[in-house]
Design a protein around this ligand. Structure first.
Ligand code: ZN
Length: 430
């Protein structure tokens, strides 16, 4: 696949995935298409096919244990997160003032608040709907321009350009969506109409807002991808593409695994976050399914590698002073190996060597990121996974600008770079 085709495919993946739930279902659709079986956690996996996956809400683990000599090399895992910072609808959503109906929203993760202003927003997520004596989850998405967080006019905020924009998360982010009467345009009624059910059957929801403008390439020569949720759907996309093209080599010694987690942006502590037991339990069940026991499980883990793929900061041309001078990161310059001696990234020299050599084997350029010593460094699922599972972990990611903006920017050549690097990792080129 040519790099620009890969960038376009990334755009379609992002458009299909306005929420972690949709991202998981899009991955599931493509895995099923490629012959992977969807397993349920509550059922027996003893007779399950060796190429399979399991999904838990916004998280997913997939593996290919079909090779005869697999597990001799442990697991080769690519991990990423499915969630992105955004605005989410509160349980008692109906609000408004001054004749305008609004929705109450909560800020999820480290949102660049200003980036959500004056954008045409849609809404997506899942709703639990009464079905007889129980409830069932229904995925839904509305891509038409439905909501807007309107910014205050400059005439009413004269010094905004000199003093900077200050936004109060409680007071200034409620989106407007109707001029209807308070009793008429209720959020529950909207959900029921969209889902084709009765209002009284709407029980609860995980609903969030998204930019309705599709992802697309940008630039004089289409050098960039402008899209929401690049952090971290770009890594999910690249991991999935590489996983699906991993060759069925008889000589393969390791089991390729994908591990996509929800809730990274809020600390990973949940039943399906990277700090939970989802991956550990799935790997253990794969070992059991292969006829192994605890001894084989521990030996497999000791031989395993986990590549934690999350987006990296490209050097911003307008803010060069925010970046480490000897570590400028270029858009289009290939995957970034992230190194932080304080373990904000899990990479050590062994992991750095593994990933550098893997890129070399794939013929892909790579870069090394180091944070400025006088700035607090972000983190990833890498250190969390390393601590929870005791695996060798290397933190990598594609470079981007505008991280955590409603609309981010990366290089259009880099998705293909990362796919090739991760494919080489899965096929044990090193
Ligand atoms: Zn991220």
């Amino acid at each position: 696949m040519a790099p620009h085709e890969r960038a376009t495919a990334l755009c379609r993946f992002i458009d299909a995935s306005p929420t972690p739930f949709h991202a998981v279902e899009e991955c599931a659709r493509r895995l099923k298409q490629a012959g992977f079986a969807r397993l349920e956690e509550a059922q027996s996996w003893k007779e399950a096919p060796p190429r399979a996956f399991v999904a838990r809400s916004g998280s997913l683990v997939a593996w290919d244990a079909s090779r005869a000599s697999a597990l001799e090399g442990g697991f080769r895992i690519v991990g990423a997160h499915t969630d992105s910072p955004n605005l989410r609808v509160k349980p008692r959503a109906n609000a408004g003032a001054a004749g305008i109906r609004q929705l109450g929203v909560e800020v999820y993760g480290g949102v660049l608040l200003n980036s959500w202003l004056d954008r045409d927003l849609g809404m997506a997520g899942r709703v639990f709907v009464r079905a007889g004596a129980s409830v069932e989850p229904r995925l839904m998405r509305v891509d038409r321009a439905l909501l807007r967080v309107a910014q205050l006019a400059i005439h009413l905020d004269r010094e905004v350009n000199e003093r900077g924009l200050l936004l109060d998360k409680q007071l200034h982010l409620a989106p407007i969506w109707s001029l209807g009467r308070p009793a008429a345009d209720l959020f529950e009624g909207f959900l029921a109409a969209e889902l084709g059910c009765e209002v009284r059957d709407v029980v609860s929801w995980d609903m969030m807002l998204h930019d309705v403008v599709p992802a697309r390439t940008l630039g004089l020569h289409d050098e960039f991808v402008a899209a929401p949720r690049l952090d971290n759907l770009c890594s999910c996309f690249c991991g999935l593409e590489a996983f699906l093209q991993a060759p069925a080599r008889e000589a393969a010694r390791a089991v390729p695994v994908l591990a996509f987690f929800d809730h990274e942006e809020v600390g990973s502590t949940s039943n399906r976050g990277a700090a939970g037991p989802l991956l550990k339990d799935a790997l253990e069940r794969v070992v059991l399914q292969q006829g192994g026991g605890r001894e084989e499980q521990h030996r497999a883990m000791a031989r395993s590698w986990f590549v934690s793929s999350d987006m990296a900061h490209a050097t911003h041309p307008n803010y060069r002073e925010k970046h480490e001078p000897e570590h400028w990161i270029l858009l289009g310059g290939g995957p970034v190996i992230k190194i932080n001696t304080n373990q904000r990234y899990a990479t050590d020299a062994e992991g750095e060597a593994l990933f550098a050599r893997t890129c070399e084997a794939a013929g892909v350029p790579f870069q090394k990121y180091s944070h400025r010593s006088n700035l607090a460094c972000g983190s990833t699922i890498g250190p969390i996974t390393a601590a929870a599972l005791g695996l060798r972990v290397v933190d990598v990611g594609n470079p981007q600008l505008s991280m955590h903006s409603c609309r981010e920017l990366c290089g259009s050549a880099d998705p293909d770079h990362m796919v090739r690097a991760l494919a080489a990792f899965f096929s044990e080129a090193v």
